[in-house]
Write a protein that binds this ligand. Structure first.
Ligand code: FAD
Ligand code: FES
Ligand code: FES
Length: 1437
């Protein structure tokens, strides 16, 4: 879009008269110092500005306000209250210019590893609150701002306000622990030691020695203590080992202290900023955009009359998005945030008046403090409006003027009969009813030069009720699917028989192209009795008011219709209940309220009005110990391994090696690296179509744009002598497209320019033409099956256990058959793909810094694309902000393009993908479709025995093979779940579609396989009429049996049955089932369900050659150790564990071991860090290196004696010319890995080294009327062998569980496909940012979340008897899915389902979104909206 010019010279001249009294620059303080604002432009965001100034602790995870990684604190002086007000904001949306007359505090400003950590940072470190650390600075700042604003913060406030940050790694529990432990009223559940005693009330807290005990290996307790135990309740007097679990911070006496007790001296607020802010204005260099910051309403009106097309900016939460994602450019931006008249909020006896530009937080606080029905309703809606950070800046005016059809506050205001006051210089002041303000899609009755000044809302009268309703995919920080405000005024009927409606008001969002009312319903209700019958009839009227066509943009027409009707019903029940309690105390006789059956009262409950739940959890692990494992093969084989208590190094719950750096923002990620002089910014050019040929690419105009150095396409790559082919197994992708465009977002070239903005503009200016479109663009698995669009080489079958057909035909066999769909999943690592390529001095080589799990692949493909030999390219990786498999292969196309850019320009080039580009182009977890038949038979002893399984698995591989073949293989290996199925035919093939190539994702096809197996188990159990648990227990593999892929269940290795029974016992499973049944019988509209499931997950890469790894160990003369190994650190704690392993080997403290980065010039020819195997492989490789050195040191140790320090021994060896470096190497033995599909079944080999195992329980509650759900409790019992670091392992379990839960519930990918015609072009990913794609948020964690590690489960196949842990627990999150299915069966039993046989036929497709939950309930309301008993919501598979 060409830049807009000023309206006229006259306007410009007039504005200069006005602004002559204005400052020409904003005044901003950052971390206590006044800073230069000379680099600011009107559109620079605060995040970009801070990062450009070197404050890279402020991260950018999404740039759209949806992840909180960019959170900083903005503090201003409030002259009214004479105090400084601190607010957290999303720096990615907050214009830097809007920080005028404020102090900005970033994570670097509150503490540092170089000085001292702030208590919030320290608590996060101690509580293991960071894994990859990319979300951490934002979370720290969100918490810190709360404590700064209120050092005596109560727990309830924290629970309400951690809603604007996402963490993809931790599962949130440790962050909740850290946050709540600092609250002044932290109670037993929030701040306690392993003894369970609250630290705040514990009489021994000051002398609590437990921390010391754990640090020193557990048990150097005093005799006295030993006699009585250390007081923690877990002290085992026999072993002198503390068996209690808890992170060590819980034993710190300081843990009993709140933020107020610990608060350091904070940076003073600048005196200079305590006066009223002066106005200012500034323009960008080309004078195409000017920012005005008036401080009086008159000035604002003047400016708006001079520039009617100008945007008024308050929170910038809409305008920022328009500018970033919709290409909007405005010549004038006028801040409305500094005008006192627009921000004040008042009340009179009859009304409330809200300043239109008051931050929503202020509006909400004002409402919370007032007990009236209207403010309470507003406050409740605002609690769920976006996030704390957004509400801290966004305004009602912004919500109104934007006129979004899914706005939350506009329907509330319309329903409450609110009236806006608007004003212009031209026409003065006028009033507009909110209900009449919205004319059409994003069109309002506001004239171009008018400003919204305030909104006035009448107070509710007696017996007048108003409630907010909102349903989205996720509770916190999500835009609504349907939202509403509903109001009714009741009065006694003239004949006193009951109550009648004297007035009503409706506002609806998500039901039309604008906020609408329900006039027919309102008319109908007038003077009608307030009864269930009236509401049933009113629902029919409502359907007339809100006619939603089946083809409605956004989809979900049946669900949206059902929600509208359900909200009305919920409103009726809730108000009737309120009416009953309101009239109860009345002295005067009043008519009776409507009779609501006890079971129906459950309809009145809603998460919108309920307090947010408290999240708690316990973590239990055996006493820290070291158990010999694979490294000590001989003694292990001869006898049971003997553990010894861990004194240092392995076995202890050490905090993450980079924890403090994460929490202070000092940890550097690829995009944070200080750029070498002359670095160019690279932006990829992407296709906007799929399934066609590239006709032409015209780069002429783009090449001539300011700041552009090169626009490079495939022809340029060829001229450089580069190889355009890419692909980890089959090279079926290109660096830059040559002809066939297979997917939307395919890379066509790269622009290298001085600035990011210049590169982005130029990439948009490249003219691309397409031709020869496919008649059908195959996007889904169903389409691919129909067209036989497969990757034939992935076609694999497993046959085992005899004749499947014969087994199916057994007399009296119970059989099931069907189709089950499993959704894909976006990795949503918080740090998007990022690469920096720095050419060597002669441009004949380069160093590649990259956020990747695969250093060697990066080196290989950067070298080949840039036409360089591998020995001239060094690939380096310090740390990733999350990977989860997404950075195993899919980083390579970004890095290769970047390398070509660097080679072509001879300058360093950096490419960092925007979140939406990352999501569209980098691929996800594969969606699956399973077609299956299975049989079982009831035996005479009452057991039900599985007979046969016949399953065809199809995955959506996208347009490139990537790793889809092995992913499908792993699904085939895991489709048995944990059961012996008898005869098995399992076949899988990958579908070729127009989606981006799908790839590795935590579990690598395993979870998809297991969930299919468990789905079939549930159906068989229902069909056979036995309990789900019994069927499972009866059919668990037994030691000595073989899996369907012929792997022996080896003796003393099979812990699934025990984990299953342990978890059942620990939760009192039978008791909880009975409690659920009782609850369900008492509540018609809320249903509970439970599920308990096992998991076994095979550990090893199935391709033999990948089971190898190396490590370089250097011992220095001061006794410190430096390790470099082939594994990469993505948050999983690999480096921490490696330091522990090396520390144990050398018998030195962990602090003496250091790992810097992973680099292809230190350890060459590495395999990607994946398959959960990092510790298994590199632990052994490190030990190998350490032991080589120790062997060489032995003569010196012998000579110097046991008391000599390692430094002394090393120094002596050095002077004797002994090499103190060693390269360790490890391969998994040939017999224990490598599966060859080309051989007959019996000869294919052993797929896995061993299985990590476990079981989990979940209990959920659903709101039948809305599809909302809560996870009441989840418990996991996991066999991780003898843990090298129990805190890290528990962190992996919690994180994987919550990620698995997200996969099974809120995380739904929507593509432009047959089921979503409204998404165009075909093959485009609609859910390409946190706005539409919803990983679990803080509030989604199980409310009680208990994790325990099994004891006595050694593993002789891995280092120190540990087990791999990254992926195995992921599937356990799906217990939430099966518990939801259980709850839905209960709902369907109450009506609407398929009657008695329902559970045999009911299929809940995956994921269980709010839509699937609601529509599966299939009650009358859902049926009226279009659902049938077999209704399936649309989905993308
Ligand atoms: C992550 C995220 C989550 C969100 N979640 C929700 C949600 O849950 N519910 C919801 O309803 N919305 C949501 N939104 C949308 C947005 O936050 C709201 O619409 C908010 O109210 C906009 O206010 P603002 O002050 O930021 O508007 P701005 O972006 O500053 O301005 C928006 C528009 O309003 C105009 N305007 C502002 N003030 C005036 C005035 N006084 N007179 C005339 N015109 C004016 C501007 O010119 C502009 O056109 C979300 C946005 C984001 C980024
Ligand atoms: S980067 Fe700002 S919220 Fe995600
Ligand atoms: S630690 Fe939170 S995203 Fe990685």
């Amino acid at each position: 879009m060409p830049p807009l010019e000023y309206q006229s010279d006259a306007a410009e001249a007039a504005s200069s008269v006005l602004t002559s009294k204005y400052l020409s620059r904003p005044t901003i303080f950052v971390n206590g110092s006044k800073v230069s604002t000379s680099s600011l432009t009107p559109t620079t965001t605060l995040a970009d500005w801070l990062r450009a100034s070197g404050l890279t602790g402020t991260k950018i995870g999404c740039a759209e306000g949806g992840c909180g990684a960019c959170t900083v604190m903005v503090s201003r002086f409030d002259p009214g209250f004479k105090r400084v007000v601190h607010r957290s904001v999303n720096a990615c949306l907050f214009p830097a210019a809007a920080a005028h007359w404020a102090q900005v505090t970033t994570v670097e400003g509150i503490g540092s590893v170089k000085t001292e950590l702030n208590p919030v940072q320290q608590r996060m470190v101690d509580a293991h609150g960071s894994q990859c650390g990319y979300c951490t600075p934002g979370i720290v700042m969100a918490m810190y701002t709360m404590y700064r604003e209120n050092p005596e913060l109560p727990v309830s406030e924290v629970e309400e306000h951690l809603d604007g940050n996402l963490c993809r790694c931790t599962g949130y529990r440790p962050i909740w622990d850290a946050a709540k432990s600092l609250c002044h009223d932290a109670g037993d559940g929030d701040r306690h030691g392993p003894c369970g005693e609250s630290c705040s009330t514990c009489p021994e807290r000051d002398e609590c020695e437990i921390e010391q005990l754990h640090l020193s290996g557990g048990h150097s307790v005093t005799e006295e203590n030993n006699a009585s135990g250390c007081g923690c309740g877990g002290h085992d007097k026999k072993t002198n080992v503390c068996t209690s679990s808890a992170a060590k911070f819980k034993h710190d006496p300081k843990f009993s202290k709140s933020y107020k007790d610990l608060a350091p001296e904070e940076l003073p607020f600048p005196e200079e900023l305590k006066g009223a802010p002066p106005p200012f204005y500034m323009s960008n260099a080309s004078a195409t955009c000017t920012w005005f910051c008036p401080t009086s309403l008159d000035d604002l009106l003047r400016l708006k009359s001079l520039f009617p097309q100008a945007r008024v900016i308050v929170g910038n939460t809409e305008v920022g998005i328009e500018q970033k994602f919709k290409g909007a450019r405005y010549a004038q931006l006028i801040s409305g945030a500094n005008i006192p008249e627009l921000s004040s909020t008042t009340s009179t006896p009859t009304s409330y008046t809200f300043g239109a530009c008051a931050p929503l937080t202020d509006v909400s606080k004002f409402c919370e403090a007032d007990e009236g029905a209207v403010p309470q309703a507003f406050h409740n809606m605002l609690r769920w409006f976006a996030s704390t950070q957004i509400r801290n800046t966004a305004s009602l005016a912004g919500n109104l003027a934007t006129a979004s059809p899914i706005s939350d506050m506009n329907p509330m205001l319309a329903a409450s009969d609110a009236v806006m006051t608007v004003r212009s210089e031209r026409a003065g002041e006028r009033s507009i009813k909110v209900s009449e303000f919205f004319l059409a899609y994003r069109k309002t009755a506001l004239a171009a030069d008018e400003i919204i000044v305030s909104v006035t809302v009448p107070k509710a009268q007696q017996y007048e009720y108003i409630l907010p309703f909102k349903q989205a995919k996720r509770r916190e920080d999500d835009i609504s699917i349907v939202t509403a405000g509903i109001r009714v005024r009741l009065a006694p009927a003239p004949d006193s028989s009951g109550w009648i409606v004297t007035d009503s008001g409706f506002g609806w969002g998500g039901m039309a192209a604008r906020t609408v009312g329900a006039p027919l319903t309102s008319d109908f209700l007038l003077n009608k009795p307030w009864t269930a019958e009236t509401i049933t009839a009113a629902r029919a009227k409502l359907a007339e008011d809100l006619p939603l066509p089946d083809s409605v943009p956004g989809g979900q027409p049946e669900y949206r219709r059902a929600l509208a009707s359900s909200f009305l019903f919920k409103f009726f029940v809730a108000t009737s209940v309120s009416l009953a309690s309101d009239i109860a105390p009345s002295q005067t006789p009043l008519p009776p309220p409507p009779i609501i059956q006890e079971t129906d009262k459950s309809a009145s409950q809603s998460f919108v009005t309920d307090p947010k739940p408290s999240m708690t959890g316990t973590q239990t692990y055996p006493a820290p110990k070291i158990t010999p494992g694979l490294e000590d093969d001989a003694p292990f084989a001869a006898q049971e391994p003997k553990s010894k208590p861990s004194k240092a190094g392995a076995g202890l719950p050490e905090t993450h090696a980079s924890g403090a750096l994460h929490c202070t923002g000092e940890a550097k990620y690829t995009d944070d690296i200080s750029l070498p002089v002359g670095t160019l910014q690279g932006v990829l050019i992407h296709s906007t179509e799929a399934g066609c040929d590239l006709k032409s690419i015209d780069t002429t105009a783009a090449s001539k744009m300011p700041g552009v150095h090169r626009v490079i396409v495939h022809a340029d790559l060829e001229k450089l002598g580069g190889n355009n082919k890419l692909g980890p197994i089959v090279k079926d992708e290109e660096v830059f497209c040559t002809k066939r465009v297979k997917t939307v977002g395919q890379v066509l070239g790269v622009v290298c320019a001085d600035t990011l903005e210049q590169a982005q503009m130029a990439a948009k200016a490249v003219k691309v033409e397409y031709e020869n479109f496919d008649a059908t663009c195959i996007v889904t698995i169903d389409q691919a099956i129909k067209a036989k669009s497969f990757y034939e080489m992935t076609d694999h079958t497993i046959l085992a256990g005899g004749d499947v057909e014969a087994a199916m035909a057994v007399e009296d066999a119970v059989t099931v058959e069907g189709k089950f769909r499993v959704g894909g999943q976006e990795h949503f690592y918080l740090e998007t793909m990022s690469t920096l390529c720095v050419p060597t001095e002669d441009n004949d080589g380069m160093t590649v810094y990259c956020s990747t799990q695969a250093v060697t692949k990066t080196q290989t493909f950067c070298a080949s694309a840039a036409g360089l030999p591998m020995n001239k390219v060094v690939a380096k990786m310090k740390r990733m902000g999350g990977g989860f498999g997404g950075k195993e292969t899919r980083t390579v196309f970004v890095s290769a393009a970047c390398a070509v850019g660097a080679k072509a320009t001879g300058r360093p080039v950096r490419v960092t993908l925007d979140r939406n580009v990352d999501m569209q182009t980098t691929g996800q977890r594969h969606a699956f479709v399973a077609e299956y038949r299975a049989a079982a038979k009831k035996m005479e002893d009452g057991t039900v025995k599985l007979l046969a399984l016949d399953v065809d698995l199809y995955s959506n591989g996208g347009c490139g093979l990537d790793l889809s073949g092995p992913v499908m293989d792993r699904a085939l290996f895991h489709v048995d779940a944990s059961y012996n199925w008898g005869a098995v035919r399992a076949h899988g093939i990958v579908c070729k579609t127009a989606q981006a190539p799908h790839t590795a994702y935590r579990g690598f096809g395993g979870p998809q396989g297991i969930i299919v197996g468990e789905h079939i188990m549930d159906r068989l159990a229902h069909r056979a009429g036995v309990s789900r648990e019994k069927l499972r227990e009866d059919n668990f593999y037994k030691e000595g049996e073989r899996t369907h892929f012929n792997q022996l269940i080896e003796p003393k290795t099979w812990n699934v049955p025990k984990a299953f029974s342990d978890v059942r016992a620990s939760v009192d499973y039978e008791g909880r089932v009975a409690a659920c049944t009782k609850f369900n019988s008492e509540n018609r509209w809320r249903k509970r369900g439970v599920a308990v499931l096992p998991t076994k997950f095979g550990i090893a890469f199935t391709a033999k050659f990948t089971n190898q790894g190396g490590a370089l160990v250097h011992l220095y003369q001061d006794g410190t150790v430096l390790i470099s190994h082939g594994g990469t650190e993505m948050g999983q704690g690999l480096h921490t564990k490696m330091c522990q392993v090396a520390a144990t080997a050398f018998e030195i403290p962990v602090s003496k071991v250091f790992i810097d980065d992973t680099s292809s010039d230190k350890v060459a020819n590495t395999i990607p860090t994946a398959a959960s195997q990092g510790t298994d492989i590199y632990g052994m490789a490190c030990l190998d290196g350490c032991r080589q050195i120790l062997k060489r040191l032995k003569p010196f140790r012998d000579k110097l004696g046991p008391n000599a320090t390692l430094a002394e021994v090393a120094t002596a060896a050095f002077f004797a010319r002994v090499d103190l470096s060693a390269h360790g190497f490890f391969t998994i033995s040939d017999a224990r890995c490598g599966y060859d599909w080309t051989l007959p079944m019996e000869e294919r080999g052993q797929a896995f080294n061993y299985f990590t195992q476990g079981a989990a329980f979940s209990e959920v509650e659903v709101d039948v009327l809305t599809g909302d759900h809560r996870v009441i409790r989840s418990d996991c019992v996991v066999d991780v062998g003898s843990s090298i670091n129990p805190a890290i392992d528990i962190g992996q379990i919690e994180g994987a569980f919550v990620q698995g839960m997200g996969w099974s519930t809120t995380e739904e990918l929507i593509w432009g496909d047959e089921e979503h015609e409204w998404v165009r072009p075909k093959g485009r990913l609609h859910t390409s940012g946190p706005g539409f794609y919803k990983p679990p948020a803080f509030n989604d964690m199980p409310e009680t979340f208990n994790v325990s590690l099994m004891d006595g489960v050694a593993n002789k196949f891995a280092v120190m008897s540990s087990k791999a842990i990254g992926e195995p627990p992921f599937f356990l999150g799906s217990t939430v899915f099966f518990a939801l299915q259980d709850a839905l069966l209960a709902a369907r039993k109450d009506g609407g389902g398929g009657g008695d046989g329902d559970e045999k036929e009911f299929v809940l497709m995956h994921p269980a979104t709010s839509e699937r939950i609601r529509m599966s309930c299939c009650d009358d309301i859902a049926q009226d909206a279009g659902a049938t008993a077999q209704f399936q919501a649309k989905g993308s598979y």
